[in-house]
Write a protein of this length. Structure first.
Length: 207
């Protein structure tokens, strides 16, 4: 099968085509930002035609929105939300997710940082569609942390006076701050040290 036959076969599989475009676009956005993403680079990475791309995404903005909804949100869910939702001991589950971040992080995160926070910094001031989508993910992430803290309080693992909403906001901000500091320093050691400080903070909440 020659390359043209292979491309035609891929383009005839709508689900496969859409996913290939999204994955390539995510990497472009992650490395270069949304404004720096070039659609011709997405096409080169996928081996697809412009017609295939525009069949699924009418313009660059629609593709960017889909990257947030269909790539970044599921990634956050897999790395952060599901482990906390499934934890029998929610406080320990929260500690474990944070402790494992330096080892379990995606390979490019140290260089490029958090894709969600990158887009928040770049696009939230410029595009309401991006801002709303990014805010939704941060709110869901915050709510899962808050719920984990509330369960921990019900189990008697943390103090009764803890404001779970406020604490969840701080933890989320601290996690993103740790990743940002490590990105700027290009240092996994910096990420580990920052995470340890956050773990010490979680210990301070315990009864």
């Amino acid at each position: 099968m020659n390359s043209k036959d292979n491309i035609s076969r891929i383009e005839r599989n709508p689900d496969m085509t859409r996913q290939r475009i999204l994955e390539a676009a995510f990497l472009e956005v992650y490395r270069n930002g949304f404004q720096g993403m070039r659609l011709d680079e997405v096409l080169t990475a996928t081996g697809l035609t412009k017609g295939a791309l525009y069949h699924h995404f009418p313009n660059k903005r629609a593709l960017g929105y889909a990257v947030v909804d269909e790539i970044i949100l599921p990634t956050v869910e897999g790395m952060w939300l599901q482990p906390l939702k499934n934890a029998v001991d929610p406080l320990q589950g929260l500690k474990t997710v944070i402790e494992q971040l330096p080892e379990m992080k995606p390979p490019e995160m140290l260089r490029y940082g958090c894709p969600l926070n990158n887009l928040a910094q770049e696009m939230s001031p410029l595009d309401e569609g991006f801002r709303q989508r990014i805010d939704y993910i941060f709110r869901v992430w915050h709510d899962v942390i808050e719920q984990a803290l509330e369960r921990a309080r019900q189990q008697g693992r943390i103090r009764e006076d803890i404001d779970c909403n406020q604490t969840a906001t701080f933890i989320l901000a601290a996690v993103e701050g740790c990743i940002g500091i490590a990105k700027n320093a290009q240092s996994n050691t910096r990420l580990i040290a920052c995470n340890r400080g956050l773990i010490d903070y979680l210990h301070s909440l315990e009864t």
